[in-house]
Design a binder for this molecule. Structure first.
Ligand SMILES: *Cc1c(COP(=O)(O)O)cnc(C)c1O
Length: 368
Protein backbone atom coordinates (compact mmCIF):
# COMPACT_ATOMS: atom_id res chain seq x y z
CA UNK A 1 0.00 0.00 0.00
CA UNK A 2 1.05 3.58 -0.67
CA UNK A 3 2.67 5.40 2.25
CA UNK A 4 0.53 8.28 3.50
CA UNK A 5 2.67 11.10 4.87
CA UNK A 6 1.47 13.87 7.15
CA UNK A 7 1.48 16.17 4.15
CA UNK A 8 2.07 16.14 0.41
CA UNK A 9 3.71 19.04 -1.42
CA UNK A 10 1.36 20.80 -3.79
CA UNK A 11 2.72 21.28 -7.29
CA UNK A 12 1.66 23.72 -10.02
CA UNK A 13 1.04 22.35 -13.53
CA UNK A 14 4.43 21.31 -14.96
CA UNK A 15 4.05 23.45 -18.10
CA UNK A 16 3.24 26.50 -16.02
CA UNK A 17 6.47 26.20 -14.09
CA UNK A 18 8.45 25.66 -17.32
CA UNK A 19 6.88 28.80 -18.76
CA UNK A 20 7.77 30.74 -15.60
CA UNK A 21 11.46 29.74 -15.68
CA UNK A 22 11.91 30.01 -19.48
CA UNK A 23 12.97 33.66 -19.28
CA UNK A 24 15.88 32.71 -17.03
CA UNK A 25 17.61 31.07 -20.01
CA UNK A 26 17.56 34.45 -21.75
CA UNK A 27 18.32 36.72 -18.83
CA UNK A 28 20.97 34.44 -17.24
CA UNK A 29 20.05 36.19 -13.98
CA UNK A 30 19.66 33.16 -11.74
CA UNK A 31 19.85 34.58 -8.24
CA UNK A 32 20.80 37.79 -6.36
CA UNK A 33 17.40 39.45 -6.17
CA UNK A 34 16.36 39.15 -9.83
CA UNK A 35 13.02 39.81 -11.49
CA UNK A 36 11.24 36.71 -10.09
CA UNK A 37 12.46 37.51 -6.58
CA UNK A 38 11.13 41.06 -6.93
CA UNK A 39 7.78 39.90 -8.26
CA UNK A 40 7.27 37.24 -5.61
CA UNK A 41 8.23 39.57 -2.76
CA UNK A 42 5.72 42.15 -4.03
CA UNK A 43 2.87 39.67 -4.39
CA UNK A 44 3.51 38.11 -1.01
CA UNK A 45 3.57 41.53 0.67
CA UNK A 46 0.01 42.03 -0.54
CA UNK A 47 -1.12 38.49 0.17
CA UNK A 48 0.15 38.57 3.76
CA UNK A 49 -0.99 42.17 4.45
CA UNK A 50 2.55 43.15 5.37
CA UNK A 51 3.79 46.74 5.57
CA UNK A 52 7.10 45.54 4.08
CA UNK A 53 8.59 42.19 3.24
CA UNK A 54 11.75 40.42 2.13
CA UNK A 55 12.18 36.82 1.00
CA UNK A 56 15.04 34.53 1.95
CA UNK A 57 16.45 31.07 1.40
CA UNK A 58 14.50 29.37 4.21
CA UNK A 59 12.37 29.95 7.27
CA UNK A 60 15.10 29.20 9.77
CA UNK A 61 17.51 31.83 8.47
CA UNK A 62 14.57 34.24 8.30
CA UNK A 63 14.29 33.82 12.09
CA UNK A 64 18.03 33.98 12.77
CA UNK A 65 18.69 37.02 10.61
CA UNK A 66 15.58 38.79 11.92
CA UNK A 67 16.79 38.33 15.50
CA UNK A 68 20.17 39.68 14.39
CA UNK A 69 18.63 42.61 12.47
CA UNK A 70 16.62 43.60 15.56
CA UNK A 71 20.01 44.11 17.27
CA UNK A 72 18.93 42.25 20.40
CA UNK A 73 20.86 41.21 23.44
CA UNK A 74 19.77 39.14 26.44
CA UNK A 75 16.63 37.07 27.00
CA UNK A 76 13.86 36.22 24.57
CA UNK A 77 10.54 34.99 25.95
CA UNK A 78 9.36 32.15 23.72
CA UNK A 79 7.42 28.88 23.67
CA UNK A 80 8.86 25.36 23.97
CA UNK A 81 5.84 23.96 22.07
CA UNK A 82 7.30 24.51 18.61
CA UNK A 83 9.59 23.13 15.95
CA UNK A 84 13.32 22.98 16.82
CA UNK A 85 14.02 25.94 14.53
CA UNK A 86 12.40 28.59 16.78
CA UNK A 87 14.54 27.83 19.82
CA UNK A 88 17.69 27.07 17.83
CA UNK A 89 17.45 30.48 16.11
CA UNK A 90 17.43 32.17 19.53
CA UNK A 91 20.35 30.09 20.82
CA UNK A 92 22.43 30.49 17.64
CA UNK A 93 22.16 34.27 17.70
CA UNK A 94 23.65 34.38 21.20
CA UNK A 95 20.33 35.05 22.92
CA UNK A 96 18.85 33.14 25.85
CA UNK A 97 15.44 31.51 25.48
CA UNK A 98 13.08 31.93 28.43
CA UNK A 99 10.18 29.52 28.11
CA UNK A 100 6.62 30.65 28.66
CA UNK A 101 3.78 28.14 29.00
CA UNK A 102 0.97 27.88 26.47
CA UNK A 103 -2.77 28.30 26.62
CA UNK A 104 -4.44 24.89 27.15
CA UNK A 105 -7.01 25.47 24.40
CA UNK A 106 -5.00 27.04 21.55
CA UNK A 107 -1.51 25.80 22.56
CA UNK A 108 -0.12 29.24 21.67
CA UNK A 109 1.82 31.36 24.19
CA UNK A 110 -0.32 32.21 27.21
CA UNK A 111 -0.16 36.03 27.55
CA UNK A 112 -1.13 35.81 31.24
CA UNK A 113 2.15 34.01 31.92
CA UNK A 114 4.51 36.41 30.11
CA UNK A 115 4.88 39.27 32.60
CA UNK A 116 6.32 37.19 35.47
CA UNK A 117 9.13 36.13 33.11
CA UNK A 118 10.19 39.68 32.22
CA UNK A 119 13.53 40.75 33.73
CA UNK A 120 15.89 43.66 33.02
CA UNK A 121 17.56 41.36 30.46
CA UNK A 122 14.41 40.67 28.44
CA UNK A 123 14.63 42.14 24.94
CA UNK A 124 11.92 40.43 22.89
CA UNK A 125 8.95 38.05 22.76
CA UNK A 126 8.97 35.29 20.14
CA UNK A 127 5.64 33.43 20.05
CA UNK A 128 4.52 30.90 17.43
CA UNK A 129 1.18 30.88 15.57
CA UNK A 130 0.97 27.13 16.22
CA UNK A 131 -0.95 25.11 13.56
CA UNK A 132 -1.95 28.35 11.83
CA UNK A 133 -4.10 29.39 14.78
CA UNK A 134 -3.22 32.91 15.85
CA UNK A 135 -1.58 33.88 19.12
CA UNK A 136 -3.41 36.45 21.23
CA UNK A 137 -1.73 39.18 19.18
CA UNK A 138 -3.53 42.05 20.97
CA UNK A 139 -2.49 40.99 24.48
CA UNK A 140 1.06 40.16 23.42
CA UNK A 141 1.36 43.43 21.47
CA UNK A 142 0.19 45.38 24.53
CA UNK A 143 2.82 43.71 26.75
CA UNK A 144 5.48 44.42 24.13
CA UNK A 145 4.55 48.11 24.04
CA UNK A 146 4.27 48.43 27.83
CA UNK A 147 7.74 46.98 28.47
CA UNK A 148 9.46 48.19 25.30
CA UNK A 149 10.00 44.66 23.96
CA UNK A 150 10.14 43.70 20.29
CA UNK A 151 7.49 41.19 19.23
CA UNK A 152 8.63 38.72 16.57
CA UNK A 153 6.23 35.97 15.47
CA UNK A 154 7.26 32.61 14.11
CA UNK A 155 4.50 32.56 11.51
CA UNK A 156 5.80 29.45 9.70
CA UNK A 157 2.39 27.76 10.19
CA UNK A 158 0.22 30.75 9.42
CA UNK A 159 0.55 31.39 5.69
CA UNK A 160 -2.90 32.16 4.29
CA UNK A 161 -4.61 32.24 7.70
CA UNK A 162 -6.33 35.48 8.70
CA UNK A 163 -7.25 37.17 11.94
CA UNK A 164 -9.87 39.93 11.91
CA UNK A 165 -9.55 39.80 8.14
CA UNK A 166 -5.81 40.44 8.09
CA UNK A 167 -3.05 38.07 6.99
CA UNK A 168 -0.29 36.89 9.30
CA UNK A 169 2.19 39.47 7.99
CA UNK A 170 0.21 42.29 9.61
CA UNK A 171 1.00 41.50 13.26
CA UNK A 172 3.96 42.28 15.52
CA UNK A 173 7.17 44.11 14.68
CA UNK A 174 8.33 41.16 12.59
CA UNK A 175 6.75 37.91 11.36
CA UNK A 176 8.82 35.09 9.89
CA UNK A 177 7.45 32.57 7.39
CA UNK A 178 8.68 29.27 6.02
CA UNK A 179 8.08 28.31 2.39
CA UNK A 180 9.45 24.80 2.90
CA UNK A 181 8.12 22.00 0.69
CA UNK A 182 5.99 20.66 3.56
CA UNK A 183 4.16 23.94 4.19
CA UNK A 184 0.79 25.11 2.82
CA UNK A 185 2.61 27.42 0.41
CA UNK A 186 6.13 26.56 -0.71
CA UNK A 187 9.05 27.60 -2.87
CA UNK A 188 10.76 24.17 -2.43
CA UNK A 189 12.87 25.72 0.34
CA UNK A 190 12.28 29.33 1.21
CA UNK A 191 11.30 31.86 3.79
CA UNK A 192 10.02 35.37 4.21
CA UNK A 193 10.07 38.19 6.74
CA UNK A 194 7.28 40.74 7.12
CA UNK A 195 8.17 43.87 9.07
CA UNK A 196 7.13 47.42 10.02
CA UNK A 197 10.44 49.29 10.20
CA UNK A 198 12.33 50.05 6.98
CA UNK A 199 15.67 50.38 8.77
CA UNK A 200 15.19 46.82 9.98
CA UNK A 201 14.54 45.88 6.35
CA UNK A 202 17.81 47.43 5.21
CA UNK A 203 19.74 45.57 7.91
CA UNK A 204 18.03 42.29 6.98
CA UNK A 205 18.79 42.80 3.27
CA UNK A 206 22.45 43.34 4.09
CA UNK A 207 22.62 40.37 6.50
CA UNK A 208 21.29 37.94 3.88
CA UNK A 209 23.93 39.21 1.43
CA UNK A 210 27.22 38.82 3.34
CA UNK A 211 26.66 41.96 5.41
CA UNK A 212 27.47 44.11 2.40
CA UNK A 213 26.13 47.64 2.26
CA UNK A 214 27.87 48.20 -1.09
CA UNK A 215 30.16 45.91 -3.13
CA UNK A 216 33.23 47.03 -1.17
CA UNK A 217 31.85 47.37 2.36
CA UNK A 218 30.76 44.73 4.87
CA UNK A 219 29.46 46.78 7.78
CA UNK A 220 28.03 43.83 9.76
CA UNK A 221 28.67 40.08 10.17
CA UNK A 222 26.42 38.81 7.41
CA UNK A 223 25.85 35.46 5.76
CA UNK A 224 24.20 34.23 2.60
CA UNK A 225 20.46 33.64 2.75
CA UNK A 226 19.30 34.75 -0.69
CA UNK A 227 16.43 33.11 -2.54
CA UNK A 228 17.22 32.16 -6.14
CA UNK A 229 15.08 32.77 -9.22
CA UNK A 230 14.01 29.14 -9.74
CA UNK A 231 12.48 28.97 -6.30
CA UNK A 232 10.91 32.40 -6.63
CA UNK A 233 9.36 31.12 -9.89
CA UNK A 234 7.94 28.10 -8.01
CA UNK A 235 6.47 30.52 -5.50
CA UNK A 236 4.85 32.63 -8.22
CA UNK A 237 3.20 29.49 -9.61
CA UNK A 238 2.12 28.05 -6.26
CA UNK A 239 0.67 31.36 -5.12
CA UNK A 240 -1.90 31.12 -7.93
CA UNK A 241 -3.23 27.87 -6.44
CA UNK A 242 -2.85 28.34 -2.69
CA UNK A 243 -6.42 29.56 -2.10
CA UNK A 244 -7.78 26.39 -3.76
CA UNK A 245 -5.39 24.20 -1.78
CA UNK A 246 -6.55 25.78 1.49
CA UNK A 247 -10.18 25.31 0.51
CA UNK A 248 -9.70 21.61 -0.27
CA UNK A 249 -7.79 21.13 2.99
CA UNK A 250 -10.80 22.68 4.73
CA UNK A 251 -13.03 20.00 3.21
CA UNK A 252 -10.64 17.26 4.38
CA UNK A 253 -10.66 18.72 7.88
CA UNK A 254 -14.46 18.95 7.90
CA UNK A 255 -14.64 15.26 7.02
CA UNK A 256 -12.19 14.33 9.79
CA UNK A 257 -14.28 16.34 12.25
CA UNK A 258 -17.46 14.59 11.17
CA UNK A 259 -15.82 11.22 11.89
CA UNK A 260 -14.04 12.14 15.14
CA UNK A 261 -15.99 14.90 16.91
CA UNK A 262 -17.58 13.76 20.17
CA UNK A 263 -15.23 10.80 20.69
CA UNK A 264 -14.57 10.61 24.47
CA UNK A 265 -10.97 11.42 25.38
CA UNK A 266 -10.22 12.88 21.96
CA UNK A 267 -9.76 16.63 21.68
CA UNK A 268 -9.79 18.49 18.38
CA UNK A 269 -8.30 21.99 18.19
CA UNK A 270 -10.51 25.03 18.40
CA UNK A 271 -9.65 28.29 16.73
CA UNK A 272 -9.53 31.65 18.43
CA UNK A 273 -12.55 33.81 17.55
CA UNK A 274 -12.27 35.72 14.26
CA UNK A 275 -9.57 33.43 12.87
CA UNK A 276 -9.98 32.26 9.29
CA UNK A 277 -7.88 29.07 9.23
CA UNK A 278 -5.42 27.78 6.62
CA UNK A 279 -5.90 24.12 7.60
CA UNK A 280 -2.14 23.63 7.66
CA UNK A 281 -2.30 20.85 10.25
CA UNK A 282 -4.92 18.61 11.83
CA UNK A 283 -3.79 18.00 15.43
CA UNK A 284 -5.72 15.73 17.77
CA UNK A 285 -5.02 15.30 21.49
CA UNK A 286 -5.46 11.96 23.24
CA UNK A 287 -6.39 11.85 26.88
CA UNK A 288 -5.22 8.30 27.50
CA UNK A 289 -7.66 7.22 30.24
CA UNK A 290 -10.79 8.61 28.68
CA UNK A 291 -9.88 7.58 25.14
CA UNK A 292 -8.63 4.11 25.99
CA UNK A 293 -5.25 4.36 24.27
CA UNK A 294 -2.21 6.61 24.41
CA UNK A 295 -0.99 8.96 21.69
CA UNK A 296 2.01 6.70 21.15
CA UNK A 297 -0.17 3.62 20.74
CA UNK A 298 -2.23 5.38 18.07
CA UNK A 299 0.91 6.71 16.35
CA UNK A 300 2.29 3.17 16.21
CA UNK A 301 -0.94 1.59 14.98
CA UNK A 302 -1.09 4.13 12.14
CA UNK A 303 2.59 3.62 11.30
CA UNK A 304 2.09 -0.13 11.01
CA UNK A 305 -0.47 0.65 8.30
CA UNK A 306 1.96 3.02 6.50
CA UNK A 307 0.25 6.15 7.78
CA UNK A 308 2.87 8.58 8.99
CA UNK A 309 1.13 10.85 11.48
CA UNK A 310 3.60 13.15 13.23
CA UNK A 311 4.10 14.12 16.87
CA UNK A 312 4.13 17.90 16.33
CA UNK A 313 5.36 18.98 18.85
CA UNK A 314 7.09 16.31 20.87
CA UNK A 315 9.34 16.65 22.75
CA UNK A 316 9.37 20.25 23.98
CA UNK A 317 12.39 22.08 22.57
CA UNK A 318 13.39 22.98 26.15
CA UNK A 319 14.30 19.30 26.69
CA UNK A 320 16.73 18.99 23.76
CA UNK A 321 20.13 17.60 24.77
CA UNK A 322 21.95 20.47 23.03
CA UNK A 323 20.75 22.78 25.84
CA UNK A 324 22.43 20.50 28.38
CA UNK A 325 19.62 20.44 30.91
CA UNK A 326 19.60 24.22 31.34
CA UNK A 327 15.81 24.31 31.08
CA UNK A 328 13.17 22.40 33.01
CA UNK A 329 10.25 21.26 30.81
CA UNK A 330 8.29 20.95 34.06
CA UNK A 331 8.17 24.75 34.22
CA UNK A 332 5.72 24.71 31.32
CA UNK A 333 3.29 21.98 32.47
CA UNK A 334 0.53 22.76 29.96
CA UNK A 335 2.96 22.53 27.04
CA UNK A 336 4.48 19.37 28.51
CA UNK A 337 1.10 17.65 28.80
CA UNK A 338 0.12 18.70 25.26
CA UNK A 339 3.42 17.39 23.86
CA UNK A 340 2.55 13.95 25.27
CA UNK A 341 -1.00 13.96 23.92
CA UNK A 342 -0.79 15.51 20.49
CA UNK A 343 -0.67 13.84 17.11
CA UNK A 344 -0.97 15.57 13.73
CA UNK A 345 -2.96 13.49 11.27
CA UNK A 346 -2.29 13.68 7.52
CA UNK A 347 -3.94 16.63 5.78
CA UNK A 348 -3.50 17.95 2.25
CA UNK A 349 -5.78 18.94 -0.58
CA UNK A 350 -5.49 15.66 -2.47
CA UNK A 351 -6.24 13.44 0.55
CA UNK A 352 -9.31 11.36 -0.28
CA UNK A 353 -12.27 10.67 2.02
CA UNK A 354 -11.50 7.00 1.62
CA UNK A 355 -8.08 7.44 3.22
CA UNK A 356 -9.49 9.71 5.95
CA UNK A 357 -11.99 6.92 6.68
CA UNK A 358 -9.13 4.42 6.91
CA UNK A 359 -7.14 6.69 9.24
CA UNK A 360 -10.13 7.32 11.51
CA UNK A 361 -10.94 3.59 11.55
CA UNK A 362 -7.44 2.64 12.70
CA UNK A 363 -7.43 5.46 15.27
CA UNK A 364 -10.82 4.56 16.77
CA UNK A 365 -9.94 0.85 16.80
CA UNK A 366 -7.09 1.55 19.21
CA UNK A 367 -9.60 2.08 22.01
CA UNK A 368 -9.73 -0.69 24.59
C1 LIG B 1 9.04 24.88 9.20
C2 LIG B 1 9.22 25.68 10.42
C3 LIG B 1 10.37 26.47 10.62
C4 LIG B 1 11.59 26.41 9.74
O1 LIG B 1 11.39 26.71 8.43
P1 LIG B 1 12.37 26.16 7.28
O2 LIG B 1 11.88 26.86 6.06
O3 LIG B 1 12.20 24.67 7.21
O4 LIG B 1 13.76 26.55 7.64
C5 LIG B 1 10.41 27.28 11.75
N1 LIG B 1 9.41 27.28 12.65
C6 LIG B 1 8.32 26.52 12.52
C7 LIG B 1 7.25 26.59 13.55
C8 LIG B 1 8.19 25.66 11.41
O5 LIG B 1 7.13 24.87 11.30
Amino acid sequence: MEIINVTRSSMPPFEEYCEEIKQLWDSRWLTNMGAKHQQLAERLTGFLDAAHMDILTNGHLSLELSLQALELEGEVITTPFTFASTTQAIARTGLTPVFCDVDPVTLTMDPAKIEVLITEKTCAILPVHVYGNFCDVEAIGAIGRQYGLKVLYDAAHAFGARYKGLGAGAWGDVSCFSFHATKVFHTLEGGGVCFQDEDFGRRLASLKNFGLSDPETAAVWGGNAKMDEFRAAMGLCNLRYVAGEIERRGEVEAYYRKRLEGTPGLRLMSLRPEVQPNHAYFPVLFEERAFGASRDQVWKALKEQDIMARKYFYPLTSSFPCYQGKFDPGNTPVALEASRQVLCLPVYGELSEEIVDRICGILLNCRT
